[in-house]
Design a protein around this ligand. Structure first.
Ligand SMILES: [Zn+2]
Length: 159
Protein backbone atom coordinates (compact mmCIF):
# COMPACT_ATOMS: atom_id res chain seq x y z
CA UNK A 1 0.00 0.00 0.00
CA UNK A 2 1.40 3.33 -1.01
CA UNK A 3 0.29 6.36 0.93
CA UNK A 4 1.87 9.09 -1.07
CA UNK A 5 -0.24 11.71 0.65
CA UNK A 6 1.46 10.94 3.90
CA UNK A 7 4.44 12.95 4.80
CA UNK A 8 6.78 12.75 7.65
CA UNK A 9 9.94 12.69 9.51
CA UNK A 10 12.78 13.77 7.48
CA UNK A 11 14.88 12.22 10.17
CA UNK A 12 17.64 14.72 9.96
CA UNK A 13 20.85 12.84 10.73
CA UNK A 14 22.50 15.99 12.01
CA UNK A 15 19.82 16.34 14.61
CA UNK A 16 20.12 12.77 15.71
CA UNK A 17 23.54 13.18 17.22
CA UNK A 18 22.86 16.37 19.10
CA UNK A 19 21.53 14.97 22.33
CA UNK A 20 22.44 11.34 22.90
CA UNK A 21 21.72 11.73 26.60
CA UNK A 22 18.03 11.92 25.99
CA UNK A 23 17.82 8.52 24.41
CA UNK A 24 19.97 6.39 26.69
CA UNK A 25 18.21 3.36 28.03
CA UNK A 26 15.00 4.16 26.23
CA UNK A 27 14.82 1.28 23.82
CA UNK A 28 11.69 -0.09 22.27
CA UNK A 29 10.16 -2.22 24.90
CA UNK A 30 6.44 -2.35 24.23
CA UNK A 31 5.38 -2.05 27.78
CA UNK A 32 2.46 -0.01 26.58
CA UNK A 33 -0.26 -1.88 24.81
CA UNK A 34 1.16 -4.74 22.82
CA UNK A 35 -1.13 -5.76 20.02
CA UNK A 36 -0.54 -9.41 20.64
CA UNK A 37 0.62 -9.31 24.22
CA UNK A 38 2.35 -12.54 25.05
CA UNK A 39 3.86 -12.96 21.61
CA UNK A 40 5.58 -9.60 21.73
CA UNK A 41 6.82 -10.30 25.21
CA UNK A 42 8.25 -13.57 24.05
CA UNK A 43 9.94 -11.95 21.11
CA UNK A 44 12.31 -10.07 23.36
CA UNK A 45 13.35 -13.30 25.00
CA UNK A 46 13.70 -15.01 21.66
CA UNK A 47 15.92 -12.28 20.36
CA UNK A 48 18.06 -12.37 23.45
CA UNK A 49 18.38 -16.11 23.15
CA UNK A 50 18.88 -15.85 19.41
CA UNK A 51 16.71 -18.90 19.18
CA UNK A 52 15.43 -18.42 15.69
CA UNK A 53 14.99 -16.02 12.84
CA UNK A 54 17.56 -14.01 10.98
CA UNK A 55 19.12 -10.91 12.42
CA UNK A 56 18.23 -7.53 10.98
CA UNK A 57 21.27 -5.30 11.34
CA UNK A 58 22.28 -1.70 10.85
CA UNK A 59 23.76 -1.40 7.37
CA UNK A 60 26.40 1.00 8.67
CA UNK A 61 27.81 -0.79 11.70
CA UNK A 62 26.14 -4.24 11.70
CA UNK A 63 24.59 -3.67 15.12
CA UNK A 64 21.69 -6.07 15.62
CA UNK A 65 18.45 -4.12 15.49
CA UNK A 66 15.77 -6.80 15.40
CA UNK A 67 15.08 -10.07 13.64
CA UNK A 68 12.87 -11.47 10.94
CA UNK A 69 10.69 -13.00 13.65
CA UNK A 70 9.55 -9.53 14.61
CA UNK A 71 8.30 -8.67 11.12
CA UNK A 72 4.78 -7.34 11.22
CA UNK A 73 2.19 -5.83 8.90
CA UNK A 74 0.01 -2.78 8.84
CA UNK A 75 -2.72 -2.28 6.27
CA UNK A 76 -1.88 -5.75 5.05
CA UNK A 77 1.72 -5.09 4.13
CA UNK A 78 5.16 -5.54 5.67
CA UNK A 79 6.77 -3.15 3.20
CA UNK A 80 5.50 0.38 2.72
CA UNK A 81 6.63 3.22 0.50
CA UNK A 82 6.21 6.81 1.62
CA UNK A 83 7.44 10.24 0.61
CA UNK A 84 8.37 12.99 3.02
CA UNK A 85 7.68 16.72 2.52
CA UNK A 86 10.95 17.12 0.65
CA UNK A 87 9.92 14.50 -1.85
CA UNK A 88 12.35 11.89 -0.61
CA UNK A 89 10.93 8.40 -0.96
CA UNK A 90 11.46 5.89 1.81
CA UNK A 91 10.81 2.18 1.59
CA UNK A 92 10.26 0.96 5.11
CA UNK A 93 9.82 -2.51 6.58
CA UNK A 94 7.67 -2.99 9.65
CA UNK A 95 8.71 -4.81 12.81
CA UNK A 96 6.77 -5.35 16.02
CA UNK A 97 9.87 -4.58 18.03
CA UNK A 98 13.34 -3.20 17.43
CA UNK A 99 15.37 -3.68 20.61
CA UNK A 100 18.60 -2.55 18.96
CA UNK A 101 17.19 0.82 17.93
CA UNK A 102 16.89 3.88 20.13
CA UNK A 103 14.13 6.49 19.85
CA UNK A 104 15.11 10.13 19.72
CA UNK A 105 13.22 13.23 20.68
CA UNK A 106 9.52 13.70 21.10
CA UNK A 107 6.65 11.91 19.46
CA UNK A 108 5.13 13.83 16.59
CA UNK A 109 1.51 13.81 15.55
CA UNK A 110 1.75 15.90 12.40
CA UNK A 111 2.29 14.46 8.92
CA UNK A 112 2.13 10.92 10.11
CA UNK A 113 2.27 8.12 7.58
CA UNK A 114 -0.13 5.93 9.54
CA UNK A 115 -3.50 7.40 10.54
CA UNK A 116 -4.00 7.75 14.30
CA UNK A 117 -0.32 7.05 14.94
CA UNK A 118 2.39 9.29 16.33
CA UNK A 119 5.94 8.90 15.10
CA UNK A 120 9.36 9.25 16.64
CA UNK A 121 12.80 9.06 15.07
CA UNK A 122 14.66 5.77 15.57
CA UNK A 123 18.44 5.59 15.61
CA UNK A 124 20.83 2.70 15.51
CA UNK A 125 21.63 1.95 19.15
CA UNK A 126 25.31 1.66 18.32
CA UNK A 127 26.32 4.17 15.62
CA UNK A 128 23.26 6.43 16.01
CA UNK A 129 22.52 6.53 12.31
CA UNK A 130 18.91 7.34 11.52
CA UNK A 131 17.32 4.00 10.66
CA UNK A 132 13.62 4.77 10.63
CA UNK A 133 10.72 5.63 12.89
CA UNK A 134 8.75 4.21 15.74
CA UNK A 135 5.00 4.52 15.42
CA UNK A 136 2.53 4.46 18.27
CA UNK A 137 -1.14 3.84 17.60
CA UNK A 138 -4.29 2.39 19.06
CA UNK A 139 -2.86 -1.12 18.91
CA UNK A 140 0.56 -0.39 20.32
CA UNK A 141 4.00 0.28 18.95
CA UNK A 142 5.84 -0.84 15.87
CA UNK A 143 8.99 0.17 14.07
CA UNK A 144 9.41 1.15 10.43
CA UNK A 145 13.01 0.62 9.31
CA UNK A 146 14.32 2.10 6.06
CA UNK A 147 15.00 -0.78 3.68
CA UNK A 148 18.40 0.37 2.45
CA UNK A 149 19.69 1.23 5.93
CA UNK A 150 19.34 -2.29 7.29
CA UNK A 151 20.73 -5.64 6.19
CA UNK A 152 19.65 -9.16 6.91
CA UNK A 153 22.25 -11.45 8.40
CA UNK A 154 22.28 -15.06 9.46
CA UNK A 155 21.28 -16.18 12.91
CA UNK A 156 24.80 -17.42 13.49
CA UNK A 157 27.62 -15.33 14.80
CA UNK A 158 25.41 -12.85 16.58
CA UNK A 159 27.04 -10.81 19.23
ZN1 LIG B 1 24.64 1.33 13.32
Amino acid sequence: MICSAGISPGGNPAETTSSPGTVAGNCLDFNGKPATGSRLANLAQDQRAQARGRAIRCASCAHRITSTDAATRRAGAHRHTFANPAGLVFVILLFGSAPGATPLGREHTEFTWFPDHTWQVLLCGSCHRHLGWRFRGPHGLFAGLVDDRIVMGSSHGDH
